[in-house]
Structures are given as C-alpha cells and as structure tokens.
Design a protein around this ligand. Structure first.
Ligand SMILES: [Zn+2]
Length: 235
C-alpha cells in the first residue's frame, strides 16, 4: 500500500521537495520512500517517510545488509538524514540567492568641514545549500567621486550600461560556509571609502547616478544589486 496522499504531501512540503540525503531540488522526480519497507512491517505514516531524488531513491531501494559492495543506505541512516533536513528546512525559507547581500555605509567621524568620508559596508550570507569558495565583487561608483581603498584594486574608469563610472574590484579566495555571513567590504579588510564635498552634494546629475554591485561567488548565479546614489550618503 502506498502512503496516503496527505502523508506524501506533508513529507514533500517539509523537505521543500528537496532530497533529504543530497539536498538537491527534486521537483517532479521527488519520491516519497518508505524508510522501513512495508515488507518489513514499515507503516504508511509520516514518521516512516523520506523524500528522495531519483538517484538517492535508487540507492536506498537496494539496501541489503548482506551485499558486500560500498556502503548502502540503512533505514536508521535515512531517518537521521531526514530528521536533520526537516530541522534545517523551516530555518531557511526558500528565497532567491542574493537576498543575503546587505549594503550600507557609515560616515566617518573624522568628517569635518566640507569633506565627508563614508565607509562602504557590504556583507553576504551564504543561503545556498553548499559552501562557496572565492568571490569577486565588482563595485561601480559614479564618476568624479573620490575613492580610497585598501585590499582591492585601484578604481578604473569604466562604461557600464552606457554610463561612465568607476569600477572597484574586491576579491578573496576564502571559503564561505552554508549560512555563514562574511564581510565582503568593511573597515578591516578590503575597505572602500568614498568622499563627498559641497560640489558633489550639489551635482545636478547626481539624482540620476546609481551604484551597481555584481557579486560572483563560487558556483552561485551572479548576484546583482543597485542603489540610487542619493541613498548612499547622508548630508
Ligand atoms: Zn538525492
């Protein structure tokens, strides 16, 4: 007898339709598998269910403790994977990768008179399912803005989307683990400061200026963000 529909649905929803073993999104290939087989007295209840992708389902279906090859998936191991995944899913609602990019700035207290200095602060939370190694963050500043940076390359003039801008590149080869938040640009490493004076605050074209952010990290899709320039400083 198969699982009742209500059990299958609950098991799929609790797993975000991802495989409880390899965590791949399984979509229509998702199987709701009996952890303890019906032939062995396994019941058609949620507690005995696990969502698996096709590949892992094929592996799990051939569990035979007497078979000598490799390490097969035992019912108790499957249950541990399942419990670990069900614990993880509610804490990480499915959201597009990139919601993890936090962009802000802080005015340096040394700012005085006509020259204000701002620190750019950018952090990223790895909400993907796997660790990521290395990133390149391209920052596009409006033209004319004085930029002071450490740990990243000198700004270069650049045309992005037909608009003149200055490009700053911040890079690292560090590893960012799942759910880890790291400072991509901050006060300690890879610092980027920009300066504003009276003339720049009054620049009439500044109302159309934007700042663009492109993050390339490991095997993730490119994360693109933008901000209006007027939201990147406070007078
Ligand atoms: Zn799988």
């Amino acid at each position: 007898m198969p699982f009742p529909n209500s059990v299958r649905e609950e098991s799929l929803v609790k797993s975000h339709r991802r495989c409880c073993v390899c965590h791949e999104f399984a979509g229509r290939s998702a199987n709701v598998h009996h952890i303890n087989q019906e032939a062995d007295g396994g019941a058609n209840v949620l507690e005995n269910s696990i969502a698996l992708c096709l590949r892992c389902h094929a592996e799990a279906g051939h569990y035979n403790p007497r078979h000598p090859m490799g390490t097969k998936y035992s019912p108790s191991e499957l249950r541990l994977h399942r419990d670990q995944w069900w614990d993880h899913c509610p804490k990480t609602p499915e959201e597009p990768i990139g919601c993890g990019l936090e962009i802000s700035y802080k005015r340096d207290p040394s700012s005085d008179g006509d020259l204000h200095t701002y620190w750019l602060l950018i952090s990223f939370t790895n909400t993907s399912m796997t660790k990521q190694t290395g990133f390149t963050l391209d920052l596009f500043f409006p033209p004319k803005i004085p930029i002071i940076q450490t740990g990243s390359e000198q700004p270069v003039d650049f045309l992005e989307d037909g608009a003149r801008c200055q490009k700053v590149v911040a890079k690292s080869d560090e590893t960012i683990y799942r759910d880890q938040t790291i400072q991509l640009v901050g006060k300690d490493l890879r610092s980027v400061r920009y300066q504003m004076n009276h003339e720049l605050y009054d620049e009439p074209r500044a109302s159309t200026w934007r700042m663009l952010f492109n993050l390339y990290m490991g095997d993730l899709p490119v994360v693109r963000e933008q901000r209006d320039w007027i939201d990147m400083h406070c007078f």
